[in-house]
Design a protein around this ligand. Structure first.
Ligand code: DAH
Length: 343
């Protein structure tokens, strides 16, 4: 077929021109379809190859292939260029503008207080222990020598769950949201031989109506120390050290006799500091404590003749409220940033 070879070059040039004239990817695609697509001009010429004579075919085929390779290379290159352009910002960056500062988050005040408490106890060799918030009544009450008729076990005071669990591998036991972190004393002693030196920060649950000083969920710190020949003065010295760290060196503490079923003797701890005076009180009740009851040791398989210990528990919110002069516990849970930002 006469003139076949002559058609290749002008067609290729036209295609190349159209590709480099394309200013966006859509225009480039249009150019590709127009030449190399199924109904494209270049494709049409390709189809005519078959009609050529035996002598003409090899040279024509070779020329077509060379042109096609060139077109495809040009297409790839132009596409990459247009993609690069499309990725650039529409408005050029002005590097002289001031930077945008990201505001840094902070720890919640209750977390800050908890970390301070943990830090103080770490200094005197205590480790942090943990236990389940969904607990069975054996660990929450029975093992702590808390009898079935104790008010804490009343459904009016405690969130029981519909399900039951298998406590102590025996009969199904009622399951509840733990009312105190004291249950973790049992869990730790069950799996560890003495000596024990732990604190347990954690969430606890009680059926209280929320008001300025109560919330159905709050946080406690439990402490447990078990060793040979542990005395009340060990307890007093430890509590005094930690509270002075937390509330200032002028802090004083006093013990008042009290009753807890898992300690004997038991005490309530009051403390006094410039902070309590600021709240109009000389002494504020802050914690419960005592010497671990021999029955509790029996329940976890410790020999009460050999081992002795003390335990305490207090509320973290209470400490935080006194420390920061906060008069409503609910402020801690509302997560209003205007409140949280102050700590
Ligand atoms: N579990 C008690 C409460 O929730 C606090 C407490 C009192 C913990 C005496 C103790 C303790 O370990 O010995 O009010």
């Amino acid at each position: 077929m006469a003139g076949f070879l002559e058609q290749i070059e002008p067609l290729k040039e036209a295609a190349l021109a159209e590709m480099s004239a394309a200013t966006d990817l859509a225009a480039l695609e249009q150019a590709r379809v127009g030449y190399l697509g199924v109904h494209g001009k270049f494709t049409a010429l390709m189809k005519q190859l078959g009609a050529l004579s035996k002598d003409e075919k090899p040279a024509a085929g070779k020329a077509m292939n060379t042109a096609k390779t060139q077109l495809e290379a040009a297409l790839t290159e132009r596409r990459a260029e247009l993609e690069r352009q499309a990725a650039l910002p529409k408005v050029p960056t002005d590097f002289t503008l001031p930077g945008r500062r990201r505001s840094l988050g902070k720890l919640h005040p209750l977390t800050q207080v908890t970390e301070d408490i943990v830090r103080s106890f770490r200094k005197i060799g205590f480790a942090v222990a943990d236990g389940p918030e969904v607990e069975d009544d054996y660990h929450c009450f029975d093992a702590l020598n808390t009898p079935a008729d104790h008010p804490a076990r009343d459904t009016q005071d405690t969130f029981y769950l519909a399900a039951t669990g298998i406590a102590q591998g025996a009969s199904p036991a009622p399951i509840l949201l733990r009312t105190h972190t004291s249950s973790v004393q049992i869990r730790v002693m069950e799996r560890q031989r003495p000596p024990v030196r732990i604190i347990v920060p954690g969430r606890v649950y009680r059926r209280d109506n929320a008001d300025a000083t109560h919330n159905p969920t709050f946080q406690q710190v439990e402490g447990l120390y078990v060793d040979r020949k542990v005395t009340v003065s060990d307890l007093k010295g430890t509590v005094e050290f930690v509270f002075q760290e937390l509330m200032g060196s002028e802090t004083r503490i006093r013990f008042r006799p009290h009753y807890f079923s898992y300690t004997e003797p038991s005490f309530e701890i009051d403390f006094s500091s410039p902070l309590t005076r600021k709240m109009g009180k000389e002494w504020l009740e802050i914690a419960g404590c005592g010497m671990v009851h021999p029955q509790v040791f029996e329940n976890v398989g410790y020999d009460p003749e050999e081992w002795s210990g003390w335990a305490f528990g207090f509320g973290i919110e209470r400490i935080a409220m006194i420390r920061y002069s906060i008069n409503d516990i609910r402020l801690f849970y509302e997560n209003d940033v205007r409140f949280l930002r102050q700590f």
